[in-house]
Design a protein around this ligand. Structure first.
Ligand SMILES: [Fe+2]
Length: 494
């Protein structure tokens, strides 16, 4: 005789290294397809919990009921073959929607929206199913889960960390012991904590810190799009160090190479022009010292791109738009200089290209994130991009180098999981993948400036990342002086 459902459930749980609470086991036995349910629940954790609780099962049931509702992942539309590629669809962008006047009330609303948006994402996780308000949790002696925004971080002499976190109505101190090896908490990030109050109820001793993150079992389905997308970033037109020769090589390759025929979209992720007065003594580095003349030149370079290509451009911190993020796109006066195939978006923006969601962010917050997390470096910007995805936020740190405008809605929250995440700003370059999200850090079309030399920043210029909309495969075409006129390498990386 075969084993009972009860035994099968225990066997499956044991094979995954988790225990199952007797009540949870009974609930599961009453459900249809109990083993499938358990599988699905286990898949929803980044790290399996020690014990499956009835709360977690209730959460799994809610998720199942949500299928088909507005919260469910939209069905992917399939791209189509066409001589004129369909225009990009702008899904999320502050342009035209900015409400910020920058007063105290606006800031309070902004942080409330940040907290609620990220709390919603955290609550979708199986391991945050039983989260409760801080005010309730601090009165209990059992293990609890809470969600809060990090107000402050202190490191003790022994290397332990003490955080202060806050929700809508209360705050508490959280002790993170040094042996947890957690040195990446950022001020103002929204985080889940699982832990237990200490004996005198002065602190919540963290057992685990939980981030909103990206589920790791997301399927990446192929579409029948035949288009590819090329990424350019940080062209810094107007600077003496703009790489004209490499740019010309790139244009020539796009026009003549059979490999470029299916590149139907070009996305430029900010710092189109070098701007004026962006850093000390910049005028010494400028070839064009008038902002309008810089954009006229940008427009003339973009007009060189083959005419079948659609172009999407966004501003960066050097561009002539408001510096505070989210940045609305370029004003009409500048847009008029460009041809009609250019779509202007703000920074950040999410655009849909033939059914694929592309999140583009120039990347000013690298300045704060890389300097706050010891394991990160300027040479590996994709690692910092993973930290943004884990926090589902593009600029978690407030009040440092990234100016943030207090919009009613936090446009820096990554509420929808993109297929591709693109950044620029660091003048380095990198391709990677994080749980099915393709990561692209654009290169630059500017060689080392005297300012960068002083700060010991070595750019990796003239590389053009390309991705395929059907398979999301990533590759790069190299136009740097090293390869020179004779050959370009088209290296398939993923
Ligand atoms: Fe930049």
């Amino acid at each position: 005789m075969g084993s009972s459902v009860h035994e099968e459930i225990l066997k499956l749980a044991a094979s995954r290294g988790v225990l199952i609470d007797p009540d949870a086991c009974r609930k599961l036995e009453d459900r249809e397809d109990p083993l499938l349910r358990l599988e699905q629940l286990l898949h929803s954790f980044n790290e399996p919990p020690l014990v499956i609780t009835p709360d977690m099962l209730a959460w799994e049931l809610r998720q199942t009921e949500n299928v088909g509702s507005a919260e469910a992942e939209p069905v992917r539309t399939v791209g189509h073959i066409s001589s004129t590629p369909p225009p990009p669809r702008v899904v999320k962008d502050v342009t035209g929607n900015s409400t910020s006047r920058g007063n105290v009330k606006d800031f309070a609303k902004y942080f409330t929206d940040r907290f609620h948006s990220l709390k919603r994402i955290l609550l979708r996780r199986g391991d945050m199913a039983g989260a409760m308000p801080i005010s309730r949790a601090v009165a209990l002696t059992r293990t609890v889960q809470v969600i809060g925004i990090v107000n402050s971080i202190h490191t003790t002499k022994n290397g332990h960390r003490i955080l202060e976190i806050e929700d809508e109505e209360d705050r508490c101190r959280v002790l993170v012991m040094s042996e947890k090896g957690e040195d990446s908490v950022l001020k103002d990030e929204v985080i889940g904590v699982r832990g237990r109050m200490n004996r005198d109820k002065s602190m919540l001793v963290a057992d685990a810190l939980i981030r909103p993150d990206i589920p790791y079992n997301r399927p990446v389905e192929k579409t029948d799009s035949t288009s590819r997308v090329a990424v350019l970033s940080d062209t810094h037109v107007g600077s003496k160090t703009f790489l004209r020769e490499e740019w010309d090589l790139m244009i020539e390759w796009l026009k003549s190479s059979p490999d470029a025929r299916d590149i139907n979209y070009i996305l430029i992720s900010g710092d189109l022009a070098d701007g004026i007065g962006v850093y000390p003594d910049q005028e010494e580095d400028l070839e064009i010292d008038d902002v309008y003349a810089q954009y006229e030149r940008v427009a003339s370079y973009i007009s060189q791109l083959p005419d079948w290509m659609r172009v999407i451009v966004m501003p960066g911190n050097h561009d002539a738009v408001r510096p505070a993020e989210p940045q609305p796109t370029f004003q009409q006066e500048l847009q008029k200089m460009f041809d009609s195939r250019v779509t202007f978006v703000g920074n950040p923006a999410t655009v849909e290209l033939e059914g694929r969601k592309v999140l583009a962010y120039h990347g000013r917050s690298f300045d704060d994130i890389i300097s706050s997390i010891p394991s990160l470096s300027w040479e590996r910007p994709v690692e910092a991009m993973k930290e943004m995805l884990k926090r589902r936020h593009l600029a978690p740190v407030y009040g440092e180098r990234t100016p943030l405008a207090p919009e009613k809605k936090d446009y820096m929250v990554i509420d929808e999981i993109p297929d591709v995440f693109i950044t620029g700003h660091v003048h380095s370059y990198g391709l990677d993948d994080y749980r099915g999200v393709r990561l692209i850090s654009g290169s630059t079309w500017q060689s080392q400036t005297s300012y960068q030399k002083m700060r010991n920043i070595s750019p990796i210029p003239a590389k053009m990342p390309v991705f395929d909309l059907s398979t999301l495969n990533l590759s790069v075409v190299n136009f740097s002086e090293f390869y020179n006129r004779q050959k370009h390498s088209a290296t398939r990386v993923l």
